[in-house]
Design a protein around this ligand. Structure first.
Ligand code: PEP
Length: 256
């Protein structure tokens, strides 16, 4: 039985005050909802991890970071290590988000190093994969996602991979308002689960959580979550609006 998992990715948004206000109100509403059947995480920018961590500390909401570097310490100006994220109370870390792949230029090889370091240090990675619009139109979705998964997980054994949540995020659906249909999402999620079964066996494939991400809103969350292989949602824009994020969590909770 896979526990549904909803994560909010704030990206490069919010400020000192609004990050605390939003987190506190999410925590308050979730307490009333009593949605313990779900895992919920908030992933703010690095500079707000401390205060968001404080605001979620007495709740079921977990803290996540949006990225990490794979080295432990040293001369890596501007980077943040796994140890630093653990130190500040992070449970999760997003690795390989499409904006890091396509805006910053991260490669599958770098993402593999980050995943390896994160797991080694006790962080739970949310490993993002997904195709560009032109790749979908050229019917390359499965090939692209397969390569991202094989290269991203290279050298990781079954036990290590069991720490990972995979997030399928078609790049053409991220921040565009264009959501994949639930059938399109299910199709790729099923393929990913089959690939994990081939690589690591049926048991791990049945237990690994696969989130969908890409313009998730309160209006499409329940349809997506009703799909058999959609175990959670990675929410960008809508996680910045308290009522929308809560409505997505509530819809997900009812759908499973
Ligand atoms: C994301 O940031 O991972 C994301 C899916 O963004 P949005 O929900 O805004 O499309």
């Amino acid at each position: 039985m896979r526990k549904p998992f909803i994560a909010g990715n704030w990206k490069m948004n919010m400020n000192n005050q609004s990050s605390s206000v939003l987190t506190e109100s999410i925590v308050r509403e979730l307490k009333q909802l009593g949605a313990e059947r779900l895992d919920v995480a908030i992933c703010p920018p690095f500079v707000y991890l401390h205060q968001v961590g404080k605001a979620v500390s007495a709740s079921n909401v977990a803290l996540g970071a949006q990225d990490v570097y794979y080295k432990a310490d040293g001369a890596f100006t501007g980077e943040i290590s796994c140890q630093m994220l653990k130190d500040i109370g992070c449970t999760y870390v997003i690795v390989g988000h499409s904006e890091r792949r396509h805006v910053i230029g991260e490669t599958n090889e770098l993402i593999n190093k980050k995943l390896t370091a994160a797991i080694h240090n006790g962080l739970l990675p949310i490993f993002c994969v997904g195709e560009l619009l032109e790749e979908r139109e050229a019917r390359k979705t499965k090939a692209v996602v397969t390569t991202q998964i094989k290269k991203g997980l290279a050298g990781l054994d079954q036990e290590k991979v069991s720490a990972i949540t995979i997030a399928y995020e078609p790049v053409w659906a991220i921040g565009t308002g264009k959501t994949a249909t639930s059938a399109q999402a299910e199709d790729v999620h099923k393929m990913i689960r089959g690939l994990i079964a081939e690589m690591y066996g049926k048991r791990l494939a049945e237990n690994i959580r696969i989130q969908y991400g890409g313009s998730v809103k309160p209006t499409n969350a329940s349809e997506l979550m009703a799909e058999e292989d959609v175990d959670g949602l990675l929410v960008g824009g809508a996680s910045l609006i308290k009522d929308d994020f809560i409505a997505i969590i509530e819809a997900s909770w009812r759908a499973k």
